[in-house]
Design a protein around this ligand. Structure first.
Ligand code: MN3
Length: 194
């Protein structure tokens, strides 16, 4: 088996009060693990899927296998996009790159928040690096992921499926995204920027 089980990089109560332990019990323990379990079942049932890593599966499958592979990858990236020690203004190279691409951190926050709010239904808001080195904000629906495009490097993501926030914020996606800024992991962003 080439796909390892998802791991949460901190305790399930570590993001409180911004994201509760109850949310992570469901979001990591049920949803993320559910995608992983369905993916491993699909791999066991189909020899042509065996021996491929997660990114290879994302780029070579469609339908249910794509959805589960992409959701396994997207959620691991999402957990790492947050940290109990995160939040505040960006530091290091990502701070300079944000200023260069968006004008200022405040302008970036406004544009990212608009993408997160404007994703109709389930999906994801992303900060990505394009092949030319510039940063961009994108949004994807359902399981769709920038990983599908080999020329794009994901930097950060915020999950805007209702299961990410409904326990803590009910239908207030904007309130959830506002809280996400308190735990955003700039060290992870800098590592991805390379
Ligand atoms: Mn989710």
């Amino acid at each position: 088996m080439s796909i390892s089980a998802p791991e949460l990089p901190y305790g399930r109560d570590a993001l409180a009060p911004h994201i509760s332990e109850e949310t992570l019990n469901f979001h990591f323990g049920k949803h993320h693990m559910g995608y992983f379990n369905k993916l491993t079942a699909a791999i066991e049932a189909n020899a042509s899927l065996q021996g491929k890593d997660l990114v290879e599966l994302i780029r070579s499958t469609s339908g249910g296998t794509f959805n589960n592979a992409a959701q396994v990858w997207n959620h691991s990236f999402y957990w790492n996009s947050m940290s109990p020690n995160g939040g505040g203004a960006p530091t290091g190279a990502i701070a300079d790159a944000i200023n260069a691409s968006f004008g200022s951190f405040d302008e970036f926050k406004t544009a990212f928040g608009a993408a997160a709010a404007g994703q109709f239904g389930s999906g994801w808001a992303w900060l990505v690096k394009n092949a030319d080195g510039s940063l961009a904000i994108t949004k994807t629906g359902n399981a769709e992921t920038p990983v599908s495009d080999a020329g794009v490097t994901p930097i950060l993501t915020c999950d805007v499926w209702e299961h990410a926030y409904y326990v803590d914020y009910r239908n207030d996606r904007g309130g959830y995204v506002n809280a996400w800024w308190n735990i955003v992991n700039w060290d992870f962003a800098n590592a991805n920027l390379g």
